[in-house]
Ligand binder design. Structure first.
Ligand SMILES: C[S@@+](CC[C@H](N)C(=O)[O-])C[C@H]1O[C@@H](n2cnc3c(N)ncnc32)[C@H](O)[C@@H]1O
Length: 258
């Protein structure tokens, strides 16, 4: 059977929904978790010695700390997140969206690690916008390749805050209901609180179309239960909880816009 025929057969078997089983996808990401953890530990020590503290909820401090890292340092301190992304994001997306070109937004995309997972998994012809307020990281993200397993996705980056009106890469605000998928990996539950968190969730609810999906990360600053309360109050319905492994305390909670 040709690959086109195989894809058609798979689409028919899944009622035209995007299939994204983590077991088929994770091989495209970083392996060797022990090496990832070692590089992260070593780099965090070196950054601490330079006074670069990125585990904060003060937006100015977070932006300054991430902007002070080299791309290599960022990728090292984000290593476990990158490893987890290749397992969590596919599990979050599997069988929830149509297997047709989609518009996606990746909140707080850093150097494009989570964006790369989205670009790999989404249907051929999809458009992904990464939003990042640390301009040097967004510049690195803009210089990467984003392979897609089925064809090609367009990937662009907007420099800005995820707590302000979300825009495309040309600075045009997304219209209400213009987006099929909002993803957040290592951002909401790590860095946002109070009014910033509320503003980010308001924007997520605003840009999503009915039936659109939000895959959002709880974390050290935000429990999955509280994230669910805040999002359901904004017209989203919780559909599943995903994790990279049984010991993962963050992962994502997945919601559908009603
Ligand atoms: C842990 S990193 C995760 C990067 C990426 N999502 C990934 O999984 O590889 C968190 C990122 O969120 C960005 N960030 C934090 N708060 C933000 C905000 N209010 N607006 C835009 N970006 C933000 C940081 O600059 C950083 O790049």
């Amino acid at each position: 059977m040709s690959s086109a025929a195989l894809r058609l057969a798979a689409a028919e078997a899944s009622d035209g929904l995007l299939r994204c089983p983590p077991a088929e996808v994770k091989g495209a990401g970083p392996g060797n978790l022990a090496g990832v953890v070692w590089r992260q530990w070593r780099t965090e020590r070196a950054l601490a010695a330079r006074g670069v503290a990125f585990r904060s909820t003060d937006p100015a401090a977070v932006e300054a700390a991430y902007a002070a890292m080299s791309a290599e340092e960022f990728d090292a301190v984000n290593g476990r997140q990158a490893w987890a992304n290749w397992r969590t994001i596919p599990a979050s997306l599997d069988m929830l969206l149509p297997d047709t070109p989609l518009k996606a937004v990746d909140l707080g995309c850093g150097t494009g690690g989570s964006t790369a997972v989205l670009a790999y998994c989404l249907p051929d012809g999809s458009e992904v916008t990464g939003v990042e307020f640390a301009a040097p990281l967004a510049a690195v993200a803009g210089g990467r390749e984003y392979p897609n397993r089925a064809g090609r996705c367009t990937v662009r980056f907007a420099v800005g805050s995820v707590c302000s009106p979300l825009t495309d890469a040309d600075g045009r605000p997304f219209a209400d209901g213009a987006v099929d998928l909002v993803n957040s990996s290592g951002v909401i539950g790590h860095h946002l609180t109070g009014g910033d968190l509320a503003a980010c969730l308001d924007e997520t609810a605003r840009v999503l179309r009915p039936g659109g999906v939000a895959a959002l990360d709880p974390g050290p600053r935000l429990s999955a239960g509280r994230l669910t309360e805040l999002t359901t109050a904004r017209g989203l319905r919780r559909v599943r909880r995903t994790r990279s492994n049984p010991f993962d305390r963050c992962g994502q909670v997945v919601f559908v816009r009603t």
